[in-house]
Design a protein around this ligand. Structure first.
Ligand SMILES: Cc1cc2nc3c(=O)[nH]c(=O)nc-3n(C[C@H](O)[C@H](O)[C@H](O)COP(=O)(O)O)c2cc1C
Length: 363
């Protein structure tokens, strides 16, 4: 059975497949552009864009300019396809510049999670392209989604154009702080999807998008049957030729077994959320052995006091940003840190986006 199109605000997308934003530097303009060209939504990541895009273009760009340039590059690569950007609400310092810069560059969709994107429409409303851009929060419970909706309606009268429900099998940061919650059956993606769908229906049937653990065509069909309008996938796209992950990162994914995939906690991510990694990533091994002194040279993931937790102690957390940037080749003096989703052990070959999209869209 062929996959249906995805309607999102004013957009008509050929396939209901969103390549999830993956920072830092993995979902680059090449990956996002190629996915868009192949009929899905290609999504950039705002994390570290000033560093990455400045290096790529050989000139120092401010964050807002860098984001706009990244979107233009992806649009060009995507040949008219649909381009989104993932903006983490936890990246407080660059939050506003990321939203406005992506809109300057012509982005079609803004997807935002890792914290509650409560002010997203307020900031977007100050831009002339406000009506053209789809605004999509990520939520991991019906309660969080309803909170976002109420705040958006109160401040701007705008409803989310869709919602991504991210479950506990996803790569990167999870919505939960402890492993008991991750293992709790009530937090299974299928259960969360139904919970969020109930809220979505009450506000005019907002499209629901499932994320976390989607591997192939069959999974996509099964979420569509549940009533989802699309899926968002990260790990499968990470292991493509076009992604910005280093070759050693892709090789580590291909060689991984189920036992290699762990949730980093104590030491974990400085933002306190669980973070899924490959146990043998060199940077994580150093963190486990406390070899790396408390240190942060980026200051992207700050707490309420504007401090990076990883700078204060190496017992509770470690500086993930440096390790992540090293794994996309933009930090030569650091070891690599590999974040993956729970399905990474099922991936054993790096393929092209074209081949992956063909596999995902043909049963
Ligand atoms: C390496 C990696 C980095 C990620 N970075 C981000 C990010 O910066 N912001 C975000 O909201 N989600 C991030 N994600 C989550 C993905 O966008 C996606 O929702 C998730 O990986 C879906 O689960 P899957 O990997 O099982 O397909 C990341 C995932 C991975 C694997």
């Amino acid at each position: 059975m062929s996959l249906p199109n995805l309607s999102l605000r004013n957009l008509n997308v050929k396939y209901p497949i969103i390549q999830g934003g993956m920072g830092i530097g993995y979902s680059n303009y090449k990956l996002a552009g190629t996915v868009a060209r192949e009929g899905g939504i290609g999504v950039l990541s705002s994390a570290g864009a000033d560093l990455i895009v400045s290096k790529r273009h050989g000139k120092k760009l401010k964050h807002r300019e860098a984001i706009a340039q990244d979107v233009r590059d992806a649009k060009e690569e995507g040949n008219g396809g649909v381009i989104g950007i993932n903006i983490m609400a936890a990246l407080v310092k660059s939050w506003e510049d990321s939203i406005l810069g992506s809109m300057d560059g012509g982005v079609d969709v803004i997807i935002s999670g890792a914290g509650l994107p409560l002010t997203l429409p307020i900031i977007a409303a100050t831009h002339p392209r406000y009506d053209e851009v789809a605004l999509v929060p990520i939520a991991s419970s019906g309660r969080a989604f309803e909170l976002i909706i109420k705040k958006w309606l109160k401040s701007t009268d705008r409803l989310p154009d869709a919602v991504v429900v991210e479950g506990p099998m996803a790569g990167g940061h999870l919505a939960w702080r402890n492993t008991e919650e991750v293992d709790d059956p009530k937090n299974k993606l299928e259960t969360l999807v139904l919970e969020v769908m109930e809220v979505a229906k009450r506000y005019g049937d907002i499209p629901v998008i499932a994320a976390g653990g989607v591997y192939g065509y069959e999974d996509i069909q099964s979420y569509l049957k549940m009533g989802c309008k699309a899926v968002q996938m990260g790990t499968r796209f990470l292991a493509t030729h076009e992604s910005g992950a280093s070759d050693t990162y892709k090789e580590a994914i291909n060689a991984s077994t189920k036992e290699d995939i762990v949730l980093a906690k104590k030491p974990g991510s400085p933002c306190g959320l669980l973070f899924r990694v490959l146990k043998d990533s060199p940077f994580y091994q150093d963190a486990l052995e406390r070899v790396r002194a408390p240190k942060c040279t980026k200051g992207w993931l700050l707490n309420k006091k504007n401090e990076c937790q990883a700078k204060l102690s190496n017992e509770e957390s470690f500086c993930i940003c440096n390790g992540l940037v090293a794994s996309s080749g933009y930090e030569k003096n650091e070891k690599e840190l590999y974040s993956v989703g729970d399905i990474a052990y099922r991936v054993n070959e790096t393929i092209s986006v074209k081949k992956l999209m063909s596999e995902l869209t043909n049963g």
